[in-house]
Ligand binder design. Structure first.
Ligand code: ARG
Length: 497
């Protein structure tokens, strides 16, 4: 017979747990990912217990020493957990008991795994949001740099997937930069909202010990403390908001990637991907496939799935803690890993793209994309726009039937279309048409340059915020909280033997 398993609630129970039940209810298989956050949260808590004389300062110091030893064991890959540890919180306490002995039992004073898991997840999520934001800044910078090279490169803009009016490639790319800028702001706002320490909420009602919540929050790099103990325990908004921010970023990425896929097809031929970021076919020797963009587009599906999954877990849950909420982790981890993976591959993949500017230029004026400009000339000379629309519509039909383009019409033919055209021939090149869109937010090169300057300033501000928080978190996730500035070790999977 094997030893019966002793659980942390064994005081009240006479039977040992069924192994199948332990395996089903445990979270150690995945929450080991925030081991560092758990240790750090323990350290902050026990330091405060010592300072407040809730336990002896010597006991607190001994417990802290043991906690840092576990940290080192994890880094040296010598720490191991088993299913009987149930979750990372219990696993850390079990190992701590092995290291420091019975004094370990004082660590859990004035605290519950409920406020502990809420704290650990927020700490982990702050690191994850910073990782995502950093990668998103890289992508946004890559797109902005490419846009700056193409302020005057003309291409067709589309509505209904039909050529509509000429735009510049720079303007088109800055449309995506606008989306990603909003995404960055959303991640920043989500970060600011989650940046509050739940510790002290205990199981749900707070605690009767004279703990110092603000000291713990400070030590962990939180900007403040949560306001209501019951909400702090029951709240999974930080995860849901992050999942939403990720899902919407995925939407934007899927639209960009769809365009890249389409632009690289032989039918369109606006771009070619660098060989290093394309893949071949096992049977068709001629194929060069835009797999990176396709996969980024496709992975958006699971990002949505994780958001809907989490919303559904939380729907209708009564206050406060319910074990359903343990389901907040795996989907979130996968969503974070997925979006970071996408955001890391896209900047180099997009930088490898060659734009075939001569094809873009030819397409910019194909299918009578200058028809609006011709109608505008009439309207500016007093012809009601509806009437002008009709005149140019008939001209488009006639030219289409005759297989001719606007720039092949003689001045006499223009004059015959409408007397106004005897005075002024409409724009016949994409560059002329684009230069006319000289309005804030428009595609005229002058305006695109202004937009680039504004983008640059805003991205610099976001990058400065990111660097500040990264440094703050890096300091928190170190032994002494005040060491040299290291990059936050972050969110990678932790191997456990
Ligand atoms: N393993 C749990 C989780 O992942 C930690 C919270 C446990 N609290 C409890 N009362 N069972 O959410």
């Amino acid at each position: 017979m094997t030893q019966p398993i002793k659980t942390r609630w064994s005081g009240r129970f006479s039977d040992a747990p069924d192994l199948r039940s332990l395996a089903f209810t445990g979270s150690i298989g995945f929450d080991v990912r925030f081991l560092h956050e758990d240790i750090r949260g323990n350290v902050a808590h026990v330091r405060m217990l010592g300072k407040q004389q809730i336990i002896e300062p010597e006991e607190a110091a001994e417990i802290e020493r043991g906690l840092w030893q576990i940290w080192d064991e994890a880094d040296a890959n010598t720490l191991s957990f088993t299913m009987e540890d149930e979750d990372v919180h219990s696993g850390v306490e079990r190992r701590l008991r092995e290291i420091v002995g019975p004094v370990q039992a004082k660590l859990h004073t004035g605290r519950s795994r409920n406020d502990q898991v809420s704290t650990d997840m927020r700490l982990w999520l702050k690191g994850a949001v910073l990782r995502i934001s950093g990668a998103l800044l890289d992508l946004t910078n890559a797109l902005t740099e490419i846009a700056a090279d193409h302020v005057e490169t003309v291409m067709p803009g589309f509505t209904h997937t039909q050529r509509a009016q000429p735009v510049t490639l720079g303007h088109h790319l800055l449309a995506y930069v606008s989306m990603f800028e909003r995404d960055l702001e959303r991640f920043q706002q989500t970060y600011i909202r989650m940046d509050r320490s739940p510790l002290g909420s205990a199981a749900l009602a707070g605690t009767s010990y004279p703990i110092d919540r603000s000291a713990v929050a400070d030590d962990l790099g939180f900007s403040g403390i949560t306001r209501n103990s019951m909400d702090a325990i029951a709240d999974r908004d930080p995860m849901i908001e992050t999942l939403f921010d990720i899902a919407l970023t995925g939407t934007h990425i899927s639209r960009l990637c769809e365009e890249l896929v389409w632009w690289s097809s032989g039918e369109v031929g606006y771009i070619t991907f660098g060989d290093a970021f394309a893949t071949g076919s096992s049977i068709m020797p001629q194929k060069k496939n835009p797999d990176v963009a396709e996969l980024a587009r496709g992975k958006t599906g699971r990002l949505y799935g994780h958001l809907i999954g989490m919303l559904t877990v939380m729907k209708g849950l009564p206050l406060t803690h319910n074990t359903d909420m343990q389901e907040d982790k795996e989907g979130l981890f996968d969503a974070v890993d997925t979006i970071v993976g996408i955001l890391q591959i896209l900047p180099p993949a997009i930088r490898s793209v060659t734009f075939r500017t001569e094809r873009l230029a030819a397409a910019a004026v194909a299918d009578f994309t200058l028809a609006t400009d011709a109608a505008d000339v009439l309207a500016k000379h007093g012809v009601p726009f509806r009437e002008a629309h009709e005149v140019i519509g008939m001209l488009v039909r006639r030219c289409g039937d005759e297989g001719r383009t606007f720039d092949q019409l003689s001045p006499e033919e223009w004059a015959a279309v409408h007397p106004v055209f005897a005075e002024e021939i409409p724009p016949l090149t994409a560059a002329e048409s684009i230069a006319l869109r000289d309005i804030p937010g428009g595609t005229a090169p002058r305006r695109v340059r202004t937009a680039l300057a504004g983008t640059h300033d805003r991205l610099s501000d976001l990058a400065a915020w990111h660097a500040r928080e990264q440094t703050k978190m890096g300091n928190v996730m170190q032994r002494d909280s005040v060491g040299p500035q290291l990059e936050y070790p972050g969110t990678g999977p932790l191997s456990h033997a």
